[in-house]
Ligand binder design. Structure first.
Ligand SMILES: NC(=O)c1ccc[n+]([C@@H]2O[C@H](COP(=O)([O-])OP(=O)(O)OC[C@H]3O[C@@H](n4cnc5c(N)ncnc54)[C@H](OP(=O)(O)O)[C@@H]3O)[C@@H](O)[C@H]2O)c1
Length: 309
């Protein structure tokens, strides 16, 4: 199994089709050595694109990652840094933060100074000279697209960020920001899984395909609820995914759930959230599954609980 790499966007970075997400890093409670082993394991499997956000772990995950992967040095060693693509996000002010106690009400911020400052803080915490892809984490009702675009242009000109994207943006929100930028956005990271198929039908994936913007699917296994939830949708899906896993050559339900995303013509990059190398390996093998149209629509029906009209 060789991990497929695919370009994000029109002229974006080459990224691994399966991306490893570090939202849950703090809960993994790993020693520095275990975290380093996990990152080496991802890279060894070809899962070279690593997804972060400044807020993860109450603004601590980037630092935990940077300290471990740099081996305590000022920077991640060049030989290792060149093997990975780092995605991170900014734009959320977390309330009840222990590390930033000055924030009293949850809010979003896409002002130019804020975005530049947040990206510079991420560079410091991640111990790197550049971010491969910076995303605005959530749409900000107060976003002044000229300002946010100015921040992107500055970060790009200074070599601090190579490519830009958004997360959880509607098509019109993405178009607005794009209209003020001299370069194309490369990604929109949205919630998408067999349990959450809205992006298929609300125009998000249509826009990605139309503009050749990479959709990144967060919680591609519904955050584990696909396996733990006791509702009808999850039960239906588990049954159909297991059956199709058998039909396609002995794959597991989680692998088929990822293959279902990978089959979409917009070129989805699933962002998995496990902290276990074995599960990353299993996810990587999802690329070996090829689903027929009938199998794909059987999963769609299990998700919606309806027949295909
Ligand atoms: N842009 C955004 O707004 C946004 C929002 C949320 C997340 N994200 C990104 O998306 C990434 C992934 O999100 P996620 O963690 O929710 O993804 P996920 O892969 O859907 O869920 C991961 C969870 O499912 C569990 N799991 C995985 N395989 C399993 C299996 N076969 N059986 C039972 N449990 C299983 C994992 O447990 P183990 O660790 O024990 O394997 C983990 O707790 C995050 O790390 C973050 O980078 C972005």
């Amino acid at each position: 199994m060789v991990m497929q790499k695919m370009q994000m966007g029109v002229d974006g970075p080459n990224c691994s089709r399966i991306i490893a997400g570090f939202w849950r890093l703090k809960h993994w409670n790993m020693s520095v050595n275990s975290l380093l082993d996990f990152v080496h394991g991802c890279l060894h499997l070809g899962v070279s694109t690593l997804d972060h956000a400044d807020i993860y772990g109450d603004y601590t995950c980037e630092r935990i990652f940077g300290e471990a992967v740099s081996g305590g040095s000022a920077k991640i060693p060049g030989s290792m840094r060149s093997q990975m693509q780092i995605v991170t996000k900014c734009g959320i002010g977390l309330q009840h933060s222990q590390t930033r106690p000055g924030i009293h009400h949850q809010h979003y911020n896409t002002d130019a100074d804020y975005v530049v400052g947040a990206a510079e803080a991420s560079l410091k915490h991640l111990r790197t000279d550049y971010i491969d892809v910076l995303l605005i984490h959530r749409p900000d009702a107060l976003m002044n697209a000229d300002e946010t675009a100015r921040a992107f242009e500055q970060l790009h000109k200074e070599g601090k960020v190579r490519f830009f994207g958004v997360s959880n943006f509607s098509p019109s929100q993405l178009s607005l920001l794009q209209s003020r930028l001299p370069f194309p956005l490369v990604a929109n990271q949205v919630e998408c899984s067999v349990m959450h198929i809205d992006p298929l039908h609300d125009g998000t994936l249509d826009q990605c395909q139309e503009k050749r913007i990479a959709p990144m699917a967060w919680s591609p296994l519904a955050g584990g609820r696909l396996f733990s939830e006791h509702n009808e949708q999850a039960a239906r899906l588990r049954e159909v995914l297991a059956a199709i896993g058998e039909e396609t050559g002995g794959y597991t339900a989680d692998q088929v759930a990822l293959a279902w995303l990978l089959r979409h013509p917009s070129g989805i990059f699933p962002v998995i959230g496990t902290g276990k190398t074995g599960r990353v390996r299993s996810a990587a093998s999802a690329l070996d599954i090829s689903l027929s149209r009938e199998q794909w629509y059987r999963i769609w029906s299990a998700s919606t609980g309806t027949g295909v009209p």
